[in-house]
Design a binder for this molecule. Structure first.
Ligand SMILES: [Zn+2]
Ligand SMILES: [Zn+2]
Length: 212
């Protein structure tokens, strides 16, 4: 069974998700946003082994806690990111624009441009490519658990901004239409900022995606 422990961390209240297959204890962190020690402590408390850090995209507020987690783990976790965000990652996730300098941690070792599924114990996550907020943005869908980790693609009642370097409004709208709204209405959306929602709710109420 998929277990999800959400955290809201850092200067712009980013959601990080510690996830695990409760049967095997295999765990990963989707967007280790900030304060990696808090995420680590929770995993330790539960007896989970963090084997991977999975990035929806490389913005500083989604990877600011990665170094702290990776430094404390042996063996090192695999770090999964789409290579179209490599430049953004190299530039510290664009934090300089907002006055933040982060330790971006170890180099990503799994390119989500070619690895289209990720495994966690007995669970499978489909990697869906969703450019628009950043060029290499992806979302993680677990059909077995009926859950979608949407990063900064879509939020409850809102969508990701496209005014930062690499942003593209047309691409964002297409990503939502093709990769989110094609999922079952009851799919839970766990996004990068704000509360949980569902695909059906956003199809009906999201003012930014009405009519698409
Ligand atoms: Zn972002
Ligand atoms: Zn964000």
């Amino acid at each position: 069974m998929l277990e999800i422990v959400p955290f809201t961390l850092g200067p712009v209240f980013t959601n990080a998700y510690l996830i695990a297959d409760s049967e095997s204890g295999d765990a990963a962190v989707i967007d280790p946003a900030w304060d990696g020690h808090l995420i680590l402590a929770e995993a330790q408390k539960r007896g989970w082994r963090i084997g991977g850090l999975w990035y929806t995209h490389a913005h500083f507020d989604h990877i600011g806690g990665a170094a702290e987690i990776a430094d404390s783990l042996n063996p090192q976790p695999t770090i999964a990111m789409h290579s179209a965000d490599r430049l953004l990652w190299q530039m510290g996730g664009g934090g300089a624009l907002f006055g933040f300098k982060i330790d971006r941690g170890p180099k990503p070792s799994v390119d989500l441009a070619s690895s289209r599924t990720l495994r966690l114990g007995g669970l499978t996550f489909e990697v869906r490519y969703t450019p628009g907020h950043t060029p290499g943005h992806v979302i993680f869908y677990c059909a077995q658990a009926n859950g979608l980790f949407s990063g900064d693609l879509i939020f409850q009642g809102s969508v990701g901004r496209t005014d930062l370097p690499g942003g593209d409004w047309e691409a964002l709208v297409a990503s939502i239409r093709e990769q989110v709204f094609t999922l079952p209405n009851e799919t839970r959306i766990l996004s990068g900022h704000g509360p949980e929602t569902t695909v059906g709710e956003e199809k009906t109420y999201n003012p930014f995606t009405g009519g698409i």
